[in-house]
Design a protein around this ligand. Structure first.
Ligand code: GAR
Length: 198
């Protein structure tokens, strides 16, 4: 890590298990990533990601948006949660909601996402199953800046591997996770070094 780089403040949004969040925490704790984790926010009360935050004494915030909030209403509540937090970058790490265009424009160039495919292939859900169905030779993960169009923002880093003949969707998920845990901290570090921007 470039020791000259002053740490950036990041907020992580996660809906589930949070293995990418953990990879980011580990990279910070081992000085591979010059960042401070300000808070973890989840739309799921029982997300294990929230527990990972608590273990690090980082504020773990559950955004209770009710049963079926529309995108605008959810983002209004999310903005409330973000209000007062210090951050230069919002990290989507398995955050399973689509943010409104208004929200994305507000934080233009300051939201990153990780996606379980080699974008622009396989935007959206069920990427591992689609890779198998298509007989793709390669699969992998992508870190990109978030723009209003889903999974279409500028690509920052990708890591790929050759699909094995006996790979299952579950095995592909594991292999993609291994790629993700490497490239997400690296991409955030590039941002901290001001080496990338939209
Ligand atoms: C990751 O594989 C990430 O790429 C994916 O969810 C998983 C979360 O895992 N994100 C999306 O599919 C977003 N469209 P994690 O909770 O263990 O980090």
């Amino acid at each position: 890590m470039n020791q000259e780089v002053s740490p950036i403040n990041i907020v992580v949004l996660a809906s589930g298990y949070g293995s990418n969040l953990q990879a980011i925490i580990d990279a910070i704790n081992t000085n591979r990533l010059s960042a401070r984790l300000t808070a973890v926010i989840s739309d799921q009360k029982n997300a294990f990601a929230l527990e990972r935050a608590q273990r690090e004494n980082v504020p773990a915030i559950y955004v209770n948006a009710g049963k079926k909030p529309d995108r605008i209403e959810f983002d209004r509540i999310l903005l409330e949660a973000l209000y007062g937090l210090k951050f230069e970058l919002i990290i989507l790490a398995g955050f399973m909601r689509i943010l409104s265009a208004e929200f994305v424009e507000r934080y233009h160039g300051c939201i990153m996402n990780i996606h379980p495919s080699l974008l622009p292939r396989h935007k959206g859900m069920n990427t591992h199953e689609r890779v198998l169905r298509n007989g793709d030779e390669f699969h992998g993960a992508t870190v990109h800046f978030v723009t209003p169009e889903l999974d279409a923002g500028p690509i920052i880093l990708q890591k790929s591997f050759r699909v094995a003949f006996d790979d299952t969707a579950e095995r592909l998920k594991e292999r993609v996770h291994e790629c993700e845990h490497q490239i997400y901290p690296q991409a955030i570090q590039l941002f901290a070094e001001s080496a990338i921007s939209i």
